[in-house]
Design a protein around this ligand. Sequence first.
Ligand code: ADP
Ligand code: MG
Length: 580
Amino acid sequence: MASMMQPQIILLKEGTDTSQGKAQLLSNINAVTAVGDVVRTTLGPRGMDKLIHDDKGSVTISNDGATIMKLLDIVHPAAKILVDIAKSQDSEVGDGTTTVVLLAAEFLKEAKPFVEDGVHSQNLIRSYRTASTLAIEKVKELAVSIEGKSVEEKKGLLAKCAATTLSSKLIGGEKEFFATMVVDAVMAIGDDDRLNLIGIKKVPGGNMRDSFLVDGVAFKKTFSYAGFEQQPKKFLNPKILLLNIELELKSEKENAEIRLSDPSQYQSIVDAEWNIIYDKLDKCVESGAKVVLSRLAIGDLATQYFADRDIFCAGRVAEEDLNRVAAAAGGTVQTSVNNIIPEVLGTCEIFEEKQVGGERFNIFSGCPSGRTATIVLRGGADQFIEEAERSLHDAIMIVRRAVKNSTVVPGGGAIDMEISKYLRQHSRTIAGKSQLFINSYAKALEVIPRQLCDNAGFDATDVLNKLRQKHAMQSGEGASYGVDINTGGIADSFANFVWEPAVVKINAINAATEAACLILSVDETVKNPKSESAQGDAAAGAMGRGRGGGRGRDYNLKSPNGALSLQNQEQALESAFLKS
Ligand code: ADP
Ligand code: MG
C-alpha cells in the first residue's frame, strides 16, 4: 500500500522520450551496422558506385565514402557519428573514408555478442583502446620509408600511392595517366599548404585521356566585348597586370548631380567622363603590361582600346583564379591604376588562349613563382567529371600526405591481416576476458580483405585462409601479402606496388576505434521534446496566464495549432477527467 501512495517523481518534461540500457546499446549497434552495410560494397578497386539523387533532382554518382555518407542524410543519432568520422578522415588524410566506416561498424558488430551476454561496455572499451594502440604501433613498425630517394625515384613511388587510391574509382582504368598528373601537380606547388593552389577545371565532352595538366593557371575565357577578337591571343614572357577595378565608361550622373545653365557646357561633362576612363586605360598601357585581368568588368571601350595597342584583356575573372594567377605569376592585385610600379606586375613564360573542347581557355604556363598547377579534366557526362574530380582530390591528398611523412604500407588488406595476426598473437599472452575482446578486434580488422574479395566476386573464405596461412609464416616473409584483385588469389602487395601511406591506416584505425568506443559508452538516449512542441508550449503558456496561471483543463484540448501529440492529448484528457 505504502508504495502506491508515494508521489510520482517527475524529472523530465512531459513528452521526453528516453530509451536506455542494453536494448538501447544494441539498437545503436544495429543502426551503425546498417550504415556499414550501405558503404560496404564500394570498397576497393572492384567496388561498386552509389547513385544518390535528392528531391531537387540532382544526381551524384560516387565511390567516395565521405561523399556518400554526407549525401545519405542519416538521422539516427548514433549512426551520425559515422558520418563525422568519415568527414574527419576525408579532411585529415583525404582517403580511406570507406575503410574507416567499415572498420567502426565491424568493431561494433564484433562487440555485439559480448554486449548481449552482459559484458560491461567499459571492459570492451578498455580492450579496444589497448588493441588500437598496439595496432598503430605495429603499423608504424611495418611502414617502409621512401625518404632519401632521388626526385625521379620518389615521383615514381608517389605515383604508385596515387594509383592505388585511384584504382577504386571510376577513372581507375586510366590510373597511371592520372597518377603521374597528380604527382606532377603536387610537386609543382612544393611546400605550400594551400590546396586551392591546385585548380581542377571541368570541361564536359571529349575523352578522359584528353585531360591535361598546366604548370600554371588556366581558366575559362570570360565574357568579352566586341574588339576582343582583334586582341593578340598569345604572348611570350608578357607582363601581367591584375586589377580589381572596373574599366568601363561610367555615366557620372549616377555619382553626382550637375546643373547646367548653358547647354553648350554639356559637351564638357561628356568629355570629362571620357577622360576619366581614357586616363585609366593610358595608365594600364604605360605600365607595360601585355595582359590585363580584372575581377570586375572590362567594357567595350576598354576592350577596343587594348586591342588597338596589342594588349590582351579579360574582365570578370573569378577571384579564386585571379589569386592563383597572382601566386603563380608573382604579381599583386591592384585596386587603383595610379602608380603601377613594375614590382606589382606578374609574368609567365607563355600566355595563350586555347580551345579546349567546346570552351576557350586562358592559359598561363611556365610561371616563375611556379606555386600552382591546374588540371583540366575532360570526360563525357557531368556526373562522371564530378566523380573524377572527387577521385583526383583523394589522390592529391594522398600524394601530399606521402610527401610530408613519407612512409607507406602494403594495401589490398595486407597490412590489416598482419595487424590482425599480431593482435591475435598478443592476446594469447593476456589472461582474463580482455583476451577475447582483443581477439574480436583482431577479427574485425579482417573485414577489409574480406570485403575486397566479396566486392570482386572472389571466394572470401578461401582467400582469407590463404592469407592467414601466409601471414602466420614464422619467417615473416608473408607479411605483405594481400588480395590479388586481378586473379582472385593472393599476391605480395608491396611487390605489386599496391601502396598506401601509413597515415591513412593509422588515422582510420584511430578514428574507427574512437567511434566504436563512443557508441559503446552510450547507454541512454534522451529525446528532448522542446524543439517539436516549442510552438505549442508558447501558445499554451500565453493562454494559461490569461486564465490566471492555472493549467486549465481545456488548454491541452484546445491547443490552437494541434502541435501536441496524440499521446499528450490522451494524457491531458485523462488528467482533466481525474480533476473534474
Ligand atoms: P577508401 O574510401 O577507404 O579509400 P577505396 O574504395 O578507395 O576505399 O578502397 C581502398 C582499399 O582498396 C584499400 O584497402 C586498398 O588497399 C585497396 N586496393 C586499392 N587498390 C588495390 C589493388 N590494386 N589491389 C588490391 N587492393 C587494392
Ligand atoms: Mg580510396
